[in-house]
Design a protein. Structure first.
Length: 263
């Protein structure tokens, strides 16, 4: 049951859904995953909702900003990677070809920036300044995986290996290669080429957060009952688990998986 009080540099350390109506989002995710909500006011960020499982934090909800909407951002989940120095990491990302949407700024217990990798996938960089309570992952109803679907797997792999020092290991998966990304010895994410429907639609590259659930089919059914929808049908990956990609009532995509082998 992994929890941490300090962000592990090079790991995904936070997830946050940006919504037009955070109050309705709080109700949806609370019903779906059994999360409770804690309202706080953060310096520079303003109103923020911590999502919690018991006493542990599992993510957040933030109101989709007018600036983000002007840039064409729809409701979305944003994933954060921990870095040692936000200024140096953001500068390095830009030199490696990233687009910087928001340069480093203070955000409550830390400092952050928001970038898009060279293939267009959005990501937040996070430097912890002070403890913010325990963050739980890789247990039921918490974040367990991150996956990048990208228009250019080779360019994306090169970018993340150079930026974070991750190790990449490509493995065959049917008619394409799936790249496992490691921070040290720990698997932290996967990377794959865009599926044909995304490619045909000229969709941007995208990081998708996966949440561990006891029953993905039931979670998909409950998502639809609560006003969301399924993007895919539930699918089995041999020796990995059964997953389904969903979207909440505002259209923000996320995935759930019932892992065959628990972490």
């Amino acid at each position: 049951m992994p929890t941490t009080r300090e962000s592990i540099v090079g790991n995904f350390c936070w997830v946050e859904v940006n919504l037009e109506n955070p109050e309705k989002g709080k109700g949806f995710y609370g019903e779906l995953f059994g999360w409770t909500a804690e309202h706080v006011k953060l310096p520079a960020a303003g109103d923020y909702v911590y999502l919690k499982k018991g006493n542990d934090q599992v993510g957040g909800i933030f109101k989709l900003s007018e600036e983000a909407k002007r840039m064409g951002a729809p409701p979305h989940w944003l994933s954060y990677v921990a870095v040692e120095d936000i200024g140096l990491a953001t500068e390095k990302a830009e030199k490696l070809g990233a687009r910087v949407f928001k340069r480093p700024f203070d955000a409550g217990p830390g400092k952050m920036s928001i970038i898009a990798d060279p293939t267009g996938a959005g990501l937040a960089l996070w430097q912890s300044v002070k403890p913010m309570g325990t963050f739980a992952w890789r247990e039921t109803n918490t974040m367990c995986w991150q996956e990048l679907t990208t228009t250019n797997p080779a360019a994306a792999t090169k970018f993340y290996v150079e930026l974070f020092g991750w190790r990449a290991d490509a493995v065959p998966m049917g008619d394409f290669e799936y790249t496992l990304l490691y921070n040290g010895k720990e698997q932290v994410a996967g990377l794959m080429p865009q599926p044909k429907p995304m490619d045909d639609a000229k969709a941007l590259s995208l990081w998708t957060v996966y949440f561990e659930v006891a029953d993905g089919d039931k979670t998909a059914e409950n998502t639809r009952k609560l006003g969301g929808d399924s993007v895919t049908q539930p699918m089995d990956i041999p020796n990995v688990g059964r997953f389904v990609i969903l979207k909440d009532p505002e259209g923000a995509p996320f995935a759930v998986i019932t892992n065959a082998v628990k972490s």
